[in-house]
Design a protein around this ligand. Structure first.
Ligand code: LLP
Length: 445
């Protein structure tokens, strides 16, 4: 069994995580056992200091590499008013995909010209809402977007020229989970370079006076550690810009390199080094633009989601049952599961668990951590090394900030968890736990 080894056991946790004298895990100066007692479990805890630091660092690094740079946060990773206020203060832009995502941004006072609308099926209602709030940038993902935007734009924003980027599918494998691979030929996202689809979209946009093709976008996948694939994609995209310049006078004014920055969820993974990744990208970009004689004064955009938020969140669960199956294994059943974190079931995502109320104790056993949902596949961790664990113990699963709450469901009609934001010894409830009334509210007799 692995031994507890002080600091390194906190590496997956938010910056402010520490173990107090009672051997309890603390985040943002708050004892997690006290948080669980006050707010109940499952509970998602976000650390304000980590959220700020991660966004600030990414901004600083990007701006150091490129004068005209814009950092977008991909709101699909997790979006809520408390995050909107924080990211708005830091002057981040946004990648949004739905009306509610836009509404949260609007309520927080985001500059609409820094919001980019994505999606492989943007509805007229969503596009109408975007135009009404003054959003100017749209990322084209098919051959139906441009005609729809041109018509809606003419009707709802007649004085405006909408700025479009085409999402390219460069046919490059990002070597991540199949469900997170988006840049290959057979993907529902993007328009192919090789098959001429992207060029068709470009020519189509050129035919509308109220649409302006300002740039290109690519996002080859999520949880990407393979920087060779990202480099290859960059070259493919620059080749496209060059070909289009030569054939129909296209000028690349904005280049959006997507997100996908890989994040470690356990000891065997290493988080992508964002600083060296962005340094290398900027250098390759500069060289690539120069070599092709392309516009070097373009706006460089990056749009990470997970990389800015995943490590800022921790999920807390209470153990409600310990089932030892002789000669097979021991299950710890917790009070959450695939309803608040579908990632293990959907992507085989490998998490690590810690005992929040006896953090310093040495790992002595291996357990399977089962969720409480009626589904055999609802196992959060297949093999978790933990101290001897009993009913009533509190489990902490780190790196819980991205794609857990936004993908949560009410399977078994179980209410979704509460969320608290911790900072300097204070905890603020930023999402209340759903109630029975919430669960039943939409059904009509
Ligand atoms: N840009 C575009 C166009 C995207 O589709 C995505 C993610 C991002 C940026 C941000 O990617 P990130 O930096 O967060 O990797 N549910 C999956 C991930 C799906 C990603 C969807 N698109 C998961 O739980 O791992």
């Amino acid at each position: 069994m692995e031994k507890s080894s002080g600091m390194s056991r906190l590496e997956l946790f938010p910056d402010t995580a520490r173990v107090n004298a009672a051997s309890h895990l603390e985040i943002g100066g708050c004892d997690t056992t006290a948080l669980a007692a006050q707010f109940g479990t499952p509970l998602y805890v976000f650390d304000q200091a980590t959220l700020r630091a991660q966004a600030r660092d990414a901004l600083r690094v990007l701006r150091a590499q490129w004068d005209d740079a814009l950092l977008l946060y991909a709101t699909k990773a997790y979006w809520a008013p408390f995050l909107a206020r924080l990211y708005r203060e830091l002057a981040l832009g946004l990648d949004v995909t739905s009306e509610a995502e836009m509404a949260i941004a609007q309520n927080a006072g985001f500059d609409p010209t820094t919001i980019y609308v994505h999606g492989n099926n943007k509805t007229s209602a969503e596009l109408g809402a975007a135009l009404a709030m003054g959003i100017t940038h749209f990322v084209v993902d098919n051959l139906d977007d441009a005609p729809r935007l041109a018509a809606l734009g003419a009707e709802l924003a007649p004085s405006r020229r909408l700025r479009l980027l085409i999402r390219l599918s460069p046919n490059i494998d990002a070597h991540t989970h199949r469900y997170m691979t988006t840049g290959v030929a057979d993907s529902k996202f993007g328009l192919g370079i090789a098959d001429g689809m992207a060029e068709r979209a470009a020519r189509q946009i050129g035919a509308y006076a109220n649409l302006d093709l300002v740039g290109l976008h690519f996002h080859i996948g999520s949880q990407v550690f393979d920087t060779d694939a990202l480099r290859e994609a960059l070259h493919a995209v620059l080749d496209t810009a060059q070909a289009w310049r030569d054939t129909f006078g296209f000028t690349l004014r904005e280049l959006n390199i997507g997100g996908g920055w890989g994040v470690a969820y356990n000891d065997s993974q290493r988080t992508l080094d964002v600083e060296s990744f962005l340094q290398n990208t900027a250098r390759l970009l500069r060289e690539g633009l120069r070599a092709r004689g392309l516009n070097e004064n373009l706006k460089l955009i990056a749009e990470p989601g997970r990389g800015l938020i995943a490590r800022a969140g921790v999920a807390l669960y209470r153990v409600g049952a310990v089932k030892e199956i002789p000669a097979v294994r021991t299950y710890l059943a917790v009070d959450g599961g695939m309803g608040d974190n579908v990632r293990p079931a959907l992507y085989n995502a490998a998490y690590q668990a810690f005992l929040a109320n006896r953090f310093d104790e040495n790992n002595a056993r291996e357990y399977a951590i089962a969720g409480r949902y009626c589904e055999q596949g609802d196992v959060l961790i297949e093999r978790a090394a933990l101290p001897e664990t009993r009913v009533g113990d509190l489990l902490a699963i780190p790196v819980a900030g991205a794609y857990q709450l936004p993908m949560a469901s009410n399977y078994n009609l179980i209410p979704r968890p509460a969320v608290v934001l911790v900072n300097e010894k204070r905890a603020r409830l930023v999402r209340r736990r759903e109630t029975l009334e919430d669960i039943l509210a939409c059904d009509l007799d």
